[in-house]
Ligand binder design. Structure first.
Ligand code: FCB
Length: 454
């Protein structure tokens, strides 16, 4: 462990959320329904039929939440905008009342000295666009750029960090291939087409930003380093397929202008021939990359696994979260170094990192002990610091999540928050991990050197 940890001056210490997961009031003030609203209201799609109808009621309580961030000492906050609040039908007329919410949120953040990082798309496509084919429609890239332009014009005077898409891999794998997330399609032919249009949407938005914006724009991907279970050619090949599918699928086109060759093998007859001109367009210079990191995968060849023939080998000796994700801090250092060496030394942010654990009930009034989450935070921040020391240009860290919230198809059961939310009363209570994070921030990382938490 390093002796004295000091993160660079100007490092962003933040927390992240997304619109559908926290806001509630999905149809307020003229908003249209999103695919997540419709999916969550479809019987059998989410755990116990949970929906985002109320969530954390952040739409009405954002001032309280911003004050909480200020009290914890955060200097940055990553949130997403709900497209169907801005354009209820996904295209055309702008709903000023929906835009007004984000306008006030940004002002409230800046008044507390908190830098906003705004994600344009965190999975809640306007339902009206899904009825036109959603991301399968070749026009989707232009729809997205038009929506993005509305926000650039309204908020770029105050927002300095823009993110086009959150985790396109999850949008495609969960939404179009496995069918476990909205819009719930399960179609191997649809998945590569949706992925391609998402990449084009990202590129169109970046081009639009170059014409309209004055600050920085990037992409957020979820990365999960893959390690072979055994040193056999079958496991090594499986590891390469898993790595291509998870880690290189979006970054290779964006930074290198080509899809990884393994994808044609994985998708087989479902892999289309994409126009070369599209790939040129997708390769737009970015100002930064956001990396969401949760776990690693030890990988073995497994013909029963579809479509990769590459299965996860559970590591029973390791700590796992409530979602059974292996806790593996070293993977964060590894993946940040991998990104830097493969794609060049660009500014990076850890845009999500965190863990769901079963939190014990309040020990006494206002005290929630969450030692596993504290330790997760400490060990991943140490791993982030190790990456900086190894030469990675890491500019910030955003804990997932500020609040306990609606964890998609898992509903409200998993709790990822630094701050506990009592969903019956909407009372917020910072957990011990939130207080720990505050100490880390106040000491610019030095508090990570001590051995507490357990
Ligand atoms: C990420 C998502 C985020 C949250 C965390 C746990 O994949 O971006 O919304 O669900 O996982």
């Amino acid at each position: 462990m390093p002796e004295a940890i000091q993160f660079p001056a100007g490092f962003l210490w933040g927390a992240a959320t997304s619109a559908y997961q926290i806001e509630g009031a999905p149809l307020a003030d003229g908003a249209g329904p999103s695919i997540w609203h419709e999916f969550a209201h479809t019987p059998g799609c989410t755990r116990a039929g949970d929906t985002g109808d109320r969530a954390c009621d952040h739409y009405h309580r954002y001032r309280e939440d911003v004050a909480l961030m200020g009290a914890l000492g955060l200097n940055a906050y990553r949130f997403s905008v709900s497209w169907s609040r801005i354009q209820p039908d996904g295209r055309g007329a702008v709903n000023r009342r929906g835009l007004g919410f984000y306008d006030r949120l940004v002002d409230a953040l800046l008044a507390q000295g908190i830098q906003p990082m705004l994600t344009l798309y965190h999975w809640d496509l306007p339902a009206a666009l899904d009825r036109r084919g959603g991301w399968l429609n070749p026009d989707s890239a232009a729809w997205f750029a038009d929506y993005a332009r509305v926000l650039f014009r309204a908020l770029d005077d105050r927002v300095q960090h823009w993110v086009t898409l959150n985790e396109p891999w999850v949008v495609v794998d969960g939404g179009y291939l496995q069918g476990v997330l909205a819009p719930g399609q399960r179609n191997v032919f649809a998945a590569p087409v949706a992925a391609h249009h998402l990449l084009l949407a990202h590129a169109y938005a970046v081009q639009t930003y170059r014409a309209e914006g004055r600050h920085r724009i990037g992409l957020v991907v979820n990365l999960e380093p893959k390690y072979p279970a055994a040193d056999t050619s079958a496991d090594l090949a499986a590891t390469m397929r898993a790595d291509a599918y998870w880690n290189r699928y979006y970054l290779d086109p964006v930074f290198l202008g080509a899809y990884p060759p393994e994808l044609a093998e994985i998708f087989d007859t479902a892999w289309p021939k994409f126009p070369a001109a599209d790939l040129e367009q997708i390769r737009q210079p970015l100002d930064f990359l956001g990396v969401n990191y949760y776990s690693r995968q030890v990988t073995r060849h497994d013909p029963a696994d579809w479509p990769l023939a590459a299965a996860r080998v559970r590591q029973p000796q390791q700590v796992h979260t409530a979602l059974d994700w292996e806790v593996y801090p070293q993977g964060l250092t590894d993946i940040l170094q991998w990104v830097t060496s493969r794609y060049g030394p660009l500014p990076l942010y850890i845009t999500e990192n965190g863990a769901a654990f079963y939190d014990p009930p309040q020990a006494s009034e206002g005290v929630i002990e969450d030692p596993l989450r504290q330790r997760y935070l400490r060990d991943h921040l140490r791993a982030a610091y190790a990456a900086i020391q190894a030469g990675v240009d890491l500019r910030g860290y955003f804990a997932w999540s500020l609040l306990d919230n609606f964890e998609w198809a898992h509903g409200y059961a998993p709790r990822f928050g630094l701050v506990h939310v009592d969903y019956a009363t909407q009372q917020r209570t910072p957990k011990a991990s939130a207080h720990f994070y505050s100490r880390v921030i106040a000491s610019q990382g030095a508090a990570l050197s001590s051995i507490t938490p357990p």
